[in-house]
Ligand binder design. Structure first.
Ligand SMILES: *[C@@H]1O[C@H](CO)[C@@H](O)[C@H](O)[C@H]1NC(C)=O
Ligand SMILES: *[C@@H]1O[C@H](CO)[C@@H](O)[C@H](O)[C@H]1NC(C)=O
Ligand SMILES: *[C@@H]1O[C@H](CO)[C@@H](O)[C@H](O)[C@H]1NC(C)=O
Length: 251
């Protein structure tokens, strides 16, 4: 299982160091990282701090980077979203730096089926605009959605909520047949709960999700105290945990 990282932290000196440490300590774990200069690309490609920090991330082979856009549940004007994607498509490798992306992270993705057309068009635009092999699409409705939406995404973040909600039944809502393409983000994990993080991580790996982020913080502005241990648990338990047999989705 991969580690998903909503990296909504500006890269001042050392701010991303806990991430570099985790990536280098767990070289067999994939890190799917969302890069977000300012609720979108903004002028990130001309900001020295972004260039330097993203280039550092690119030096690791076990990393995939996704540029953040948001779409207001299908209500944001397509032309405005396209402009952001166009900007990310120019992030590239030069002799001095490498900020190219592997794809786009689409926040505030809709869950109502009437917005399926919006998502189809967006998927088409990303494929048309992003350089070849950098066209992955990772959407974030934040809740379980109809399987039809998965046709227009490589990954769907089908859960973004607190641990309390996850434990109260959220953990049962994503159908098995969709989990290999689903990621899960859980915040407000209990602090100092001995062994609990390890046990929950193991259950999540066994359930067959593609990637997860678990944090004891309420938001994503810091690397929580549990971050290092969480990554070690994912790396270690992914090797030893048997994933349940997942059914195919009914057509
Ligand atoms: C990563 O995988 C390789 C090949 O299976 C293995 O030799 C190496 O020990 C692993 N590294 C870690 C840190 O688990
Ligand atoms: C996650 O998805 C990728 C394809 O996008 C696949 O190669 C990988 O095996 C999946 N991982 C898991 C744990 O399902
Ligand atoms: C990996 O998991 C095993 C078994 O749960 C445990 O004994 C070991 O300490 C763990 N290693 C790390 C580096 O977390």
């Amino acid at each position: 299982m991969a580690v998903a990282v909503p990296l909504y932290i500006w890269p001042t000196i050392n701010a991303w160091q806990p991430l570099y440490n985790a990536i280098s300590t767990s070289p067999n774990t994939t890190f799917n990282i969302i890069i977000n200069p300012d609720s979108g690309p903004s002028d990130g490609a001309s900001q020295p701090e972004i260039i330097s920090a993203v280039t550092s991330l690119r030096s690791y082979s076990n990393v995939q980077l996704f540029g953040y856009v948001h779409i207001e549940y299908g209500k944001r004007k397509a032309a405005t979203v396209q402009k952001d994607i166009k900007t990310y498509s120019t992030w590239k490798k030069t002799t001095k730096s490498d900020i190219h992306l592997d794809g786009i992270f689409v926040d505030e993705a809709p869950y109502e089926l009437k917005q399926l057309g919006y998502m189809k068009d967006l998927h088409t635009y990303i494929h048309k605009t992003m350089p070849k092999s950098h066209q992955k699409v990772w959407t974030n409705p934040g809740i379980p959605i109809d399987a039809k939406f998965y046709d227009y995404a490589d990954f769907v973040n089908a859960y973004e909520n607190s641990y309390a909600d996850w434990a109260a039944g959220g953990n049962k809502k994503i159908p098995g047949c969709l989990r290999q393409k689903s990621t899960v983000i859980i915040h407000d994990f209990p602090k100092n709960a001995n062994g609990k993080l390890n046990a929950d991580t193991k259950n999540i790996i066994a359930a067959g999700y593609n990637g997860t982020y678990i944090t004891t913080s309420s938001g994503y502005e810091d690397f929580s105290a549990s971050w290092g241990q969480y990554v070690k648990d994912v790396a270690n338990l992914t090797k030893t945990t048997k994933v349940k047999t997942l059914p195919a989705c009914k057509k």
